[in-house]
Design a protein around this ligand. Structure first.
Ligand code: ADE
Ligand code: ZN
Length: 352
């Protein structure tokens, strides 16, 4: 069917897309939280699924993190991690996601006595099955919690490194998440340097609640390959110019920004402005179970709120592929498919 005639939903769904900013613990749906709590005999302070879902009203990042860390307490066994992760793959399969780079927070689990190996094994089973059965590839971003100490991040790295070889098909990157304000990038400069020496790709949350300075610091001190969020970069025009020049990707999460009150109204979101200036922005879901939408919902809400053209939606999908850590030869077929969609658009416009 000519590209212009399909619904916006179908159009976005058909575009090959990579999700680059996704916390696997943020995909735990309330139904699964209750199921796992019952199976693992963990008491929950909510009467039922609806009451828990009704609590998903946040005033800022910290108010979300409190609930998010509490929800993750139901994850105990390898099967729990597998079920959570495979449910995410089934869901993004419907959205036309072809590749995903998944963040996980080992400290949330190891601090409760869950072995690092349990987390790795559960995630890996789901990721390898998703590749075989759904054709979705994935990589992992092991993320440090920035409200904890540098020493704790080093300990976590040491606990994980013996598993690196067995999971070398998946674990290739390091991330930094949790409470941003008061936990600047420089706190983790040394552990990032070690990770760089070890050959990991590097990303970090910056410029979500924290200032534009944290984005510059993540680029210059942590030497990241991508910035997670980065929407507050706009407060520093020189930084924006540097991001355009270096084509540093920003993994933007619109529904997250709305739910955590980083923006008051999606019609004022700066995604389109950044895209039109030439910043390499991508669209992602962050913690879809908590923020009310998976990746396709995020594209849709931006298309509708910011009046994005179909050519711009193709550009966002293209950015997601080229900003991924997939090798060039794996990116190529997706980029060719996006070229095809663009040609269809051009054809439709010349015929109109
Ligand atoms: N952990 C999970 N989601 C996060 C977010 N949006 N910001 C920081 N840390 C997070
Ligand atoms: Zn995030």
């Amino acid at each position: 069917m000519p590209t212009e005639q399909v619904s916006l939903h179908t159009f976005i769904q058909q575009l090959p897309k990579a999700e680059l900013h996704l916390h696997i613990e943020g995909t735990l749906e309330p139904e699964l939280i209750f199921q796992l709590a019952q199976r693992n005999q963990i008491p929950l302070p909510y009467a039922d699924v609806d009451t828990l879902r009704a609590a998903y009203e946040f005033t800022d990042l910290q108010s979300f993190l409190d609930l998010y860390y509490a929800g993750a307490q139901v994850l105990i066994t390898e099967d729990d991690f597998y079920e959570m992760t495979y449910a995410y793959f089934q869901r993004i399969h419907e959205d036309g996601v072809v590749h995903t780079e998944i963040m996980f927070d080992p400290q949330t689990h190891t601090h409760r006595g869950i072995a690092m190996e349990t987390v790795f094994a559960g995630l890996a089973r789901a990721c390898r099955q998703a590749k075989a059965e759904l054709g979705i590839s994935s990589y992992w971003i092991l993320s440090f919690l920035r409200h904890l100490s540098e020493a704790d991040a080093f300990d976590t790295l040491e606990q994980a490194l013996p598993l690196r070889e067995a999971y070398s098909d998946l674990w290739l990157a390091i991330g930094l998440d949790s409470a941003e304000r008061g936990n600047p990038p420089e706190k983790f400069a040394r552990v990032y340097q070690r990770c760089q020496e070890l050959g990991f790709k590097l990303v970090a949350h910056a410029g979500e609640e924290g200032p534009a300075q944290y984005v510059s610091d993540a680029v210059n001190l942590l030497k990241v390959d991508r910035i997670d969020h980065g929407v507050r970069s706009e407060e520093d025009p020189a930084l924006i110019q540097a991001l355009i020049k270096s084509q540093m990707p920003l993994t933007v999460c619109p529904l997250s920004n709305l739910k955590l009150k980083v923006v008051d109204d999606l019609r004022q979101h700066n995604l389109a402005r950044l895209l039109r200036q030439g910043v390499k922005v991508t669209v992602n879901s962050d913690d879809p179970s908590y923020f009310g939408g998976y990746v396709l919902d995020n594209y849709l809400v931006m298309a509708e709120s910011l009046d994005l053209s179909r050519a711009e939606l193709i550009q966002l999908a293209r950015n997601s592929i080229t900003a991924s850590f997939l090798p060039n030869e794996a990116q190529q077929p997706y980029l060719e498919r996006l070229d095809y969609f663009e040609q269809q658009l051009d054809k439709a416009s010349t015929q109109a």
